[in-house]
Design a protein. Structure first.
Length: 177
């Protein structure tokens, strides 16, 4: 399978990445705090796939028989979800208000395609790029064919691995990437 690597040091893209990551962390903290305030749950459950970014699908049940007001345990989803009808309005509003930002969607707006595609045997696979930052440069590695046009600089796979090793070494030494 082929692998394709891209990078960018564009300050606007790096800043957008930082803002999206900061927004994700802030929303995660707020979601945890607000879920705790609801009571009778163990926190938000987030799902993500190549087509849709991260999104809250429900709350982990503390006691399925005693959900917070407006919530109900779904045996199908194995989590707390909003009740149907008017009784679940507040739960649906809570879910909507706590959806995390999608970092990859932000980067798609800056020239980085969301996914790649390849075949594995008889199976058609879509995959997200491996993504990291090191030394003010964002790196992305795709498996298979990039699904779209990437406006970032095309790089060699060996450069990606060298940057990844350097980032891991800096992280192990407690140095900010």
């Amino acid at each position: 399978m082929n692998e394709t690597v891209y990078s960018t040091s564009d300050p606007a893209v790096v800043a957008a990445y930082h803002a999206a990551c900061d927004g994700y962390r802030a929303m995660s903290r707020r979601t945890s705090e607000d879920a705790e305030k609801l009571g009778n749950n163990k926190g938000a459950l987030i799902s993500s796939n190549v087509f849709a970014g991260p999104h809250i699908v429900g709350l982990a049940a503390d006691d399925p028989a005693s959900p917070p007001a407006g919530w109900v345990y779904s045996k199908r989803n194995k989590c707390l979800v909003s009740q149907r009808g008017k009784a679940g309005d507040a739960a649906r509003q809570w879910i909507d208000a706590h959806q995390p930002p999608d970092v990859r969607e932000v980067l798609a707006g800056h020239g980085l395609p969301r996914m790649s595609r390849y075949t594995r045997g008889d199976t058609y696979v879509r995959a997200l790029p491996e993504l990291f930052e090191h030394g003010g440069t964002l790196w992305a590695r795709y498996r298979g064919d990039v699904d779209g046009v990437c406006t970032w600089e095309r790089r060699r796979l060996s450069e990606f691995h060298a940057a990844r090793e350097s980032a891991e070494a800096a992280e192990g030494a407690g140095v900010a990437a």
